[in-house]
Design a protein around this ligand. Structure first.
Ligand code: 2HG
Ligand code: ZN
Length: 476
């Protein structure tokens, strides 16, 4: 059972961070009370902004002793309400935004040690300044923070080549719920010394402690990038194209993103400066990128040769190769502004599912039929990371009106899509996490033994349940 902090305790907490780390005026607290998608509205009387791991440790120690709930927040870009406090108002919020030092870069070891509050784009820039690549890349990289990326095991658009956030971490520094600091900031690729504690905290969404710093893996900086926008008949053709590209020696492939015609129409209609780059209209599109550390023309020649062959075999309808960096950026903008265009077009019910790549075409077909059966008025906007088997299976309102009758079907639509994903042994959250949005569904869709193990771990590390209460797991 959690307590409400007394005025004395609030004062003690404020003293830990000093005046510059205290946010306690309603107008300053307001941005922390609502999530990025405006699905949740929480309450709190105090946001703390510690500037050192030691301060985070003191905060958690005090909250542990007094059974006070703590909600960690990074860039507040969660899609699942993962960083929004409950409406009860008895939790405190801990923002990591002042823990933002680049602690160490070791170009020969290809590693970078950063604090949790570094914005993802700053991490990428720090790597680039040392002629290295930190490959995690997502639409919100200008505002999301690396601590949040790791806590939610973020995915994004380069997973095909470099993996999820989890795959990009060597060591972590974590403040445990009782205030102890786990300093496991190793920079080793090989370290077989018992249980992998690091992987416990990645993807735990702040329910097992607060990640305060991480040692990240770097890669050679690409000097040649080839980007293509390709039109295809259907998702099956896209899957076949991906297989063909990979078996034709394109191990340089880093991005393979599927987009339907409606997504192109939405971005053309709602995003300034975007127009359809093709003369003809096509049912589906794929954004493809390959890159190499070499400065070479070979990659462009190879990729265009494979794409021309694919066109001759009728695997693709039309190919546009980016001829300049501004055209490359334009192709990327089309893909990355789909969520914004979707929001401008109206409300939406979103799913973030994954199945085997080979099952995606059938999944899209069956899922579309199911959703159309439930909500014929809904507009299917299905797009995403086909190269990783991960899709944003979204359904929009027909226009910007309120459409309460459409939103009344939310549970039915969620169940239909998630049950279908389960039939394909897929996941109900490919890359956005659980937060509070999918907490109750997780119980239905995750293996019961896995759920028991998660509760056992939570109970062992956080016996009072102070860390991010009500996220991922219902209260113990
Ligand atoms: C993306 O891939 C993001 O663009 C957001 O993960 C997806 O808004 C969405 O459904
Ligand atoms: Zn995504």
């Amino acid at each position: 059972m959690l307590n409400t902090p007394t005025p004395e305790l609030l004062n003690q907490l404020k003293q830990i961070v000093g005046p510059s780390g205290v946010v306690d005026q309603p107008q300053d607290i307001a941005p922390y009370l609502v999530d990025h998608r405006k699905l949740y509205r929480g309450a709190t009387s105090l946001v703390l902004r510690p500037e050192s791991t030691e301060q985070v440790s003191q905060i958690l120690k005090l909250c542990h002793a007094h059974h006070i709930g703590v909600v960690p927040v990074g860039g507040n870009t969660s899609y699942c309400g993962g960083a929004t406090p409950s409406s009860a108002g008895n939790e405190i919020v801990v923002s990591l935004s002042r823990l933002k030092r680049i602690r160490h870069i070791d170009p020969d070891n290809y590693t970078l040690t950063v604090e949790a509050g570094c914005v993802l784009a700053e991490v990428q820039q720090a790597a680039e300044a040392a002629d290295r690549l930190f490959p995690l890349s997502l639409g919100s990289e200008g505002s999301c923070q690396i601590g949040g990326n790791l806590s939610t095991n973020a995915g994004g658009t380069a997973v095909l080549r470099y993996g999820m956030a989890r795959d990009l971490v060597l060591g972590l520094e974590v403040v445990l719920p009782d205030g102890r600091v786990l300093d496991d900031l190793n920079a080793l690729r090989k370290n077989n010394t018992g249980y992998d504690l690091r992987d416990l905290f990645i993807g735990a969404e702040g329910t097992l402690g607060i990640i305060t710093a991480a040692t990240l893996k770097l890669y050679p900086l690409p000097r040649t990038r080839v980007t293509a926008l390709v039109a295809v008949d259907d998702p099956a053709a896209a899957v076949a194209l991906l297989s063909f590209l990979r078996s034709s020696g394109s191990d340089a492939l880093s991005t393979f993103e599927l987009m339907p015609r409606i997504a192109i129409e939405l971005v053309c209609r709602h995003i300034a400066g975007i127009n359809d780059p093709f003369d003809d209209t096509h049912p589906w599109y794929v954004l493809i990128e390959a890159s190499t550390a070499q400065l070479t023309d070979h990659l462009t020649e190879e990729l265009s040769e494979v794409l021309v062959r694919s066109q001759q075999n009728q695997l693709v309808r039309e190919v546009l190769l980016a001829q300049s960096s501004s055209q490359r950026e334009f192709f990327w903008r089309i893909r990355e502004t789909i969520p914004e265009a979707q929001t401008r077009a109206g409300g939406s019910i979103k799913h973030d599912v994954s199945v085997s790549i080979s099952d995606l075409p059938k999944f899209i077909e069956e899922g579309t039929a199911l959703c159309k059966g439930i909500a014929p008025e809904g507009v299917m906007v299905i797009y995403g990371h086909l190269g990783d088997g991960s899709l944003h299976f979204n359904i929009n309102t027909p226009d910007a009106g309120a459409h309460p009758e459409f939103f009344a079907k939310k549970t039915a639509l969620n169940n239909a899509v998630h049950e279908l994903a389960m039939r394909y042994r897929g996941s109900i959250s490919a890359e956005h996490g659980i937060g509070q949005l999918k907490r109750d569904e997780l119980v239905e869709f995750k293996n019961p033994v896995a759920m028991q193990l998660m509760h056992t771990i939570k109970q062992a590390l956080d016996p009072h349940g102070i860390m991010n209460p009500g996220k991922v797991l219902a209260g113990d």
